[in-house]
Design a protein around this ligand. Structure first.
Ligand code: SF4
Length: 327
């Protein structure tokens, strides 16, 4: 997953002291220069994300979710809440291709196995993002049973911040490599459909990065093609100390980008804020904190255009080119 925002967004404001011009990202429809802000039309729900809760077993440097063993800003979603949105998507015949789970660490959620099985039971393919460590390892035998039952519909993406152990540990902590590798080897050995999420924040080219992972996967006999962008997903770093341009309606043509390729054109994510009576829908995995991006408590209410009124829209999606959307 991409990294690098600030926790004060949990209150709907950007952190003081950042070098983002305070006049930017104020008006939903206009930039600070008065130009029409870019928007992304909704093309139908293809990927439904659930943030299963912000708690994580580790604290990574620069985690964009600020996930940690103590940050419960986003509560655990429960089975009936997940079922509610799945039923809504099916009832309304949304063109759903995949249901995806992120966190925090999804395997920390006490009901994750029931949730996964309920979705698989609806014949929907799933993707789970995980750090591959203890919460995952503790549930691996139950996962294997699910995998045997729903073979083709089950995929897991493991986060490896760098193919070099020391660099990975620099972000994730001293004891983070060995358990992750244990999880990765186990998944490969049992034939799970695997992908890996990595950071593009090191002083090297994309080719060097992909070659580095290629050597690691070959050595460890891991069935991930590091040269395939959907199998090794590289996320650009989002440096929160840098100013960023606002995206106007002309930008897509100038940059020769297609708005329909952005995550918010075909994805939505469900989150539940701590203390909230029920979950809400947000446009993508990148904006769980900003209340101005909340789109109501149903998928139908969230079936509308998104105005790119956030630094992440520029830094990560339009200029950085990253996407959590799955193939
Ligand atoms: S962060 Fe990216 S995916 Fe999310 S609303 Fe902005 S442009 Fe869309």
């Amino acid at each position: 997953m991409p990294k690098g925002t600030d926790i004060t967004e949990q209150n709907g404001t950007f952190q003081k002291g950042l070098s983002i011009n305070p006049k930017k990202f104020k008006d939903q429809y206009r930039t600070a220069e008065g130009k029409k802000r870019a928007k992304v039309s909704f093309n139908g729900l293809e990927t439904l994300w659930f943030n299963t809760g912000s708690l994580c077993n580790i604290t990574c440097t620069g985690c964009y979710m600020e996930s940690s063993p103590r940050n419960d800003f986003l509560s655990y979603l429960n089975l009936s809440e997940v079922n509610y949105f799945i039923e809504e998507a099916l009832k309304n015949k949304f063109p759903l291709k995949k249901v995806a789970f992120t966190g925090g660490e999804p395997f920390m959620n006490p009901q994750i196995l029931e949730i996964i099985e309920a979705v698989l039971n609806k014949q929907l393919p799933i993707l789970i993002l995980s750090n591959g460590m203890k919460p995952f390892l503790n549930r691996r035998h139950n996962l294997l049973k699910l995998k045997k039952k729903y073979e083709e519909k089950f995929s897991i993406r493991i986060s490896i911040d760098h193919y070099n152990q020391l660099k990975h540990q620099k972000i994730r902590g001293d004891k983070s490599w060995d358990p992750m590798m244990k999880g990765l080897r186990w998944l490969a050995k049992h034939g799970f459909t695997l992908s890996v999420a990595a950071r593009n924040c090191w002083d090297e080219t994309e080719l060097q990065t992909r070659e580095g992972y290629h050597k690691l996967f070959k050595k460890e006999n891991i069935s991930v093609d590091s040269f395939n962008p959907s199998q090794l997903v590289l996320f650009p770093e989002m440096n929160k100390t840098l100013d960023v341009p606002e995206i106007t309606s002309d930008c897509f043509d100038i940059l020769q980008k297609r708005p329909e390729d952005l995550m918010c054109a075909s994805s939505r994510m469900i989150i539940k804020r701590k203390g909230a009576a029920k979950p809400v829908v947000v446009p993508c995995t990148l904006l769980p904190f900003s209340r101005t991006f909340e789109m109501g408590s149903t998928l139908s209410s969230a079936s509308k255009s998104v105005y790119l009124n956030h630094p992440h829209c520029a830094k990560f999606c339009v200029l950085g080119g990253g996407s959590c959307t799955t193939n």
